[in-house]
Design a protein. Structure first.
Length: 412
């Protein structure tokens, strides 16, 4: 029976492996006859035209100097360059450049920023427009709202089905302007041609101008001091290597090395993160690296304050204090220096470099460094060292005593 089953199994395996494939009507066609699936991610680099095109899913990205874009996309459209001529189709559009002529078709919202922005009359925008630049010109009818912030805003013969919100120094209404909703603009703007506007409601608002009082300024600095101290206490409490770099015997001498290491990290990490983000498979790693980089910059200032406190207490005052007390002193001095005009930028920059260098140099491998740092911070009292005996003393102690030195026994 076993031989019969083995023979049947062997015959089925032979037919399966070497038999010609047969497709019945309605079955799946061979792979050669199927339509090729377009790749999810593709890129195109044109060095002569000086532009880059990326496609990821239904979305497209264009970047270059002078671009004339007429592509079709059922997703998001990103366009960045110096001079942009846009006639593309997309669902949402995000555009940034110097000179932008927009004649594209956008099913929903448009987000655009640049120096001179001209929304042509043949542009078709399904919903809202959010624009920011030096000069913004609107010549296209809109089905939604129009919001713009610029030095000059120009509306030419347009019909807006929603509201118009403007924040500008100079506003020009040219031709017939029809606004179904509310026209709102800042009260200090120079308005020209307001009589040409037919709107359901016209209102002005006072541009907010807020300055911090002395009490609010000191309160914000106090909150900064507390947050820096808490961050430094947490990381120093759990890392013996950081304590050694901040308050060790060679902490002051390593000032230059820490600055150099911090400068390398400050420049190198963003470059590596951008390269990882440009790759398809390592993009999550690039995002994670950026998040770690932001956390490191924040902790760097706190650790720089701890190092400064150790220098003040140990080197300037010739005294001793707990590392947490030194941290509080150093952070207070650092925050006060950052409030001085002209010195705040230099202080913050040096603190970031120093702190990044301390973090990087504390994570380098080496068991001996970790053991030494743990022993240096252990609460066990150090025993006094026993003085070493010289070789001559050892020789005398180890030399056999002569017979004459032995006490004589009393003779009976």
């Amino acid at each position: 029976m076993k031989r019969i089953l083995s023979s049947i199994f062997l015959a089925l395996a032979t037919v399966t492996m070497f038999g010609a494939p047969v497709f019945a009507e309605g079955d799946v066609a061979p792979q050669s006859e199927q339509k090729a699936i377009e790749p999810t991610f593709s890129e195109e680099i044109n060095e002569q035209a000086n532009y880059v095109k990326l496609r990821f899913g239904k979305n497209q990205l264009f970047a270059g100097n002078n671009l004339d874009i007429n592509a079709k996309s059922s997703g998001l459209l990103f366009a960045f360059g110096n001079q942009l001529q846009l006639g593309a189709e997309s669902e949402y559009a995000f555009v940034a450049g110097n000179l932008i002529n927009y004649s594209a078709t956008t099913e929903k919202d448009l987000f655009i920023a640049g120096n001179i922005i001209d929304l042509k009359s043949d542009a078709k925008i399904g919903r809202d427009v959010y624009a920011a630049g030096y000069r913004v010109i609107l010549s296209s009818n809109l089905r939604g709202d129009f919001s713009a912030g610029a030095d000059q805003v120009v509306l030419r013969d347009v019909e807006v089905a929603g509201n118009v919100n403007l924040d500008a120094a100079n506003i020009f209404f040219e031709g017939n302007i029809s606004i179904a909703g509310t026209l709102s603009y800042n009260d200090d703007a120079q308005v020209h041609g307001l009589d040409n506007v037919k709107a359901a409601k016209v209102e002005t608002y006072v541009a907010p101008s807020y300055t911090l009082t002395a009490a609010e300024l000191w309160l914000s600095k106090l909150m900064s001091i507390i947050s820096f101290v808490l961050a430094a206490v947490v990381v120093l409490a759990f890392s013996a290597r950081l304590r050694k770099q901040v308050a060790g015997e060679k902490a002051v001498q390593a000032f230059g090395a820490n600055l150099v290491a911090g400068f390398v990290v400050l420049l190198l990490v963003p470059i590596v993160s951008i390269l990882l983000l440009m790759s398809y498979f390592a993009a999550p790693l690039g995002i994670m690296m950026i998040l770690v980089y932001i956390i490191m910059i924040y902790l760097a200032q706190a650790l720089a304050g701890a190092w400064l406190g150790h220098v003040i207490v140990a080197k300037l005052l010739r005294s001793q204090a707990h590392i947490f007390i030194e941290t509080i002193i150093g952070i207070i001095v650092l925050v006060c220096c950052s409030m001085i005009p002209g010195l705040n930028v230099i202080t913050t920059f040096l603190a970031i470099l120093l702190g990044l260098g301390i973090i990087v140099r504390s994570v380098k491998p080496g068991k001996n460094n970790e053991v030494e740092a743990a022993l240096a911070d252990s609460p066990i009292e150090k025993r006094p060292k026993v003085a070493k005996t010289s070789k001559s003393t050892k020789a005398k102690n180890s030399a056999p005593k002569s017979k004459s030195s032995k006490p004589k026994k009393d003779q009976k």
